[in-house]
Design a protein around this ligand. Structure first.
Ligand code: BV8
Length: 236
């Protein structure tokens, strides 16, 4: 890996699992008996805003009780010490990459700590509970604040930046993601077509394991520091 190289990292819920943040598939895609696709979708929000606010309020509040782990910290070390470009993309909506020391993180599915007004579109930091009785500070409209999260059927954030990075990548690494949700699950194929070496880090086989050149099986807190040591060693 020369200093002109670009490494693209994609993380999913599995990188935060050892910090105590629940993954999606472990719950068989269910949350308190609701299908994730129903709760994390505009239709679900329109149908039952209080339920969806509760879903995100519980997860936002839960962030105060969890800490980043060795995998988050190893990726921050890679961003700091790698001489080339490191593009870190996460599907996660938690703040553990940032709290683990990562500087720039692309949250393609949004963030728990942000809310967006559907009337004036302003996005602002948000740390507490949100409900439909609250007014937007900007346009003063009541009931138009929603979590700044990309729901099923909505367009992920920063897709142009992501696709451009994937075409430059010399190495693409997917960490702790089941390969269930698109377009993220298709990134490995774009990277492969651009000539990148592709590595999957997971503690189990996934729906897209077949597409990777190399697999590192085991918990992220063990495998990611090892992988970062290798990437920083200069061995190709
Ligand atoms: C889009 C935010 C167009 C919410 C999320 C019908 C109608 C409309 C769309 C579709 C449709 N059918 C299909 C689609 C596409 C749809 C989709 O893929 N659906 C699925 C259900 C089939 N996708 C979309 O709608 C996307 N938008 O398509 O727009 C478009 C397309 C291209 C370009 C432009 C526009 C939007 C999807 C975003 C949905 N929002 N998150 C929230 O968080 O509340 S998705 C959510 O689930 C996560 O963000 C994540 O992305 C996704 C999958 O989760 P993972 O991160 O992979 O976690 P999971 O639990 O699944 O797996 C954990 C993994 O970790 C496992 O492999 C496990 O083995 C491993 N693991 C566990 N512990 C460890 C570990 N590994 C290592 N160490 C450990 N300790």
């Amino acid at each position: 890996m020369s200093n002109a190289s670009t490494i693209v990292i994609l993380t999913g819920a599995g990188i935060s699992a050892e910090s105590g943040v629940a993954t999606f598939r472990a719950a068989d895609g269910l949350w308190e008996g609701h299908r994730i696709e129903d709760v994390a979708a505009p239709e679900g929000f329109a149908r039952n805003p209080a339920l969806v606010h509760q879903f995100y309020n519980l997860r936002r509040g839960g962030l105060k009780t969890v800490q980043p782990n060795a995998a988050h910290e190893a990726l921050a070390r890679l961003q700091r010490d790698f001489p080339g470009e490191v593009v870190l993309i996460t599907q996660n909506v938690d703040d553990l990459h940032e709290r683990g020391g990562s500087s720039s993180v692309i949250h393609m599915h949004g963030e728990l700590h942000k809310v967006r007004c559907t009337a004036c579109t302003v996005v602002r930091e948000w740390e507490t509970d949100l409900d439909e009785t609250m007014a937007c500070e900007g346009c003063h409209t009541v009931g138009t604040l929603r979590p700044d999260i990309v729901w099923f059927g909505e367009v992920p954030y920063e897709m142009d930046t992501i696709e451009s990075a994937l075409t430059r990548a010399k190495l693409f690494v997917a960490i702790g993601t089941s390969g269930h949700v698109y377009p993220a699950a298709g990134f490995v194929r774009i990277a492969q077509m651009s000539g990148a070496v592709t590595v999957e880090v997971n503690n189990a086989e996934t729906e897209v394991s077949f597409a990777f050149n190399k697999r590192m099986t085991g918990p992220a807190t063990e495998q990611v520091p090892k992988l970062v040591d290798w990437m920083l060693s200069g061995k190709s």
